[in-house]
Design a protein around this ligand. Structure first.
Ligand code: AMP
Length: 219
């Protein structure tokens, strides 16, 4: 099953994507994770992407489509994939359709995480991530040790979770990503909306119930 997660930054796509992928037994591809790893490793792509990411702007479509194509061509992805944080522009949606079609596949459904702007600001402003294992946490301070047993990393604030970058990310979502919603609705792809407010477990259950409507989720 091939699923795409859509929704503003901070809607919980990463957390839920992890859980959905595990339940469905397919890998997750998060372009943000791939880009952050490239930045850490100092690759050419990482160096080119860092400036966009730090200020909360979108990385150019050709870079993103390159990541997606390479990921989807891997044999591990043949059974399906959960796409998190991609697509974020209409040209990316068109490019993804081309990539899938070259592989003889198509998207089974788009899942839109719905959440109010004030909640996005609250979540991103209160988020820290472990610099080692990259797990996000709420309600912990930068400098705290990572709560994950055996990790030993330190929690930091993502540069793009600073107030100015949060504003840029929300503007990018409104101006560049929201048009993708209409594009998928017009494209005939199964489109499901899910309320992204609530506790993690509850939202996963909500998502799985909605996914069953895609037909193949239970099969
Ligand atoms: P995320 O972890 O999904 O919030 O992504 C972090 C940052 O990576 C974004 O603010 C963008 O700078 C960049 N990024 C990730 N995915 C995409 C995408 N599909 N299109 C453009 N930029 C992206």
């Amino acid at each position: 099953m091939n699923i795409l997660l859509l929704g503003p930054p901070g809607a919980g796509k990463g957390t839920q994507g992890e859980r959905i992928a595990e339940r469905l037994g397919v890998p997750k591809v998060a372009t943000g994770d791939v880009l952050r790893a490239a930045v850490r490793e100092g690759t050419g792509m990482g160096l080119a992407a860092k400036g966009f990411m730090d200020r909360g702007a979108l990385v150019p479509d050709d870079v993103i489509l390159g990541i997606v194509k390479e990921a989807l061509e891997a044999p591990a992805m043949a059974r399906g994939v959960v796409l998190d944080g991609v697509v974020r522009t209409v040209p990316q949606a068109e490019g993804l359709r081309r990539v899938f079609s070259e592989l003889g596949r198509s998207l089974d459904c788009v899942l839109l995480f719905e959440i109010a702007d004030e909640e996005v600001v609250r979540r991103l402003g209160g988020r820290t991530v472990c610099e080692r294992c990259q797990t996000p946490y709420m309600g912990k301070a930068p400098g705290d040790p990572c709560p994950k047993p055996g990790c030993g990393g330190k929690l930091v604030r993502r540069k793009d979770d600073e107030p100015e970058a949060i504003r840029t990310r929300m503007r990018a979502y409104r101006e560049q990503t929201e048009p993708v919603i209409a594009w998928y609705r017009g494209d005939g792809t199964t489109f499901l909306e899910v309320d992204a407010l609530g506790d993690v477990e509850e939202i996963t259950e909500r998502v799985m119930t909605r996914l069953a409507q895609c037909g193949e989720a239970n099969g």
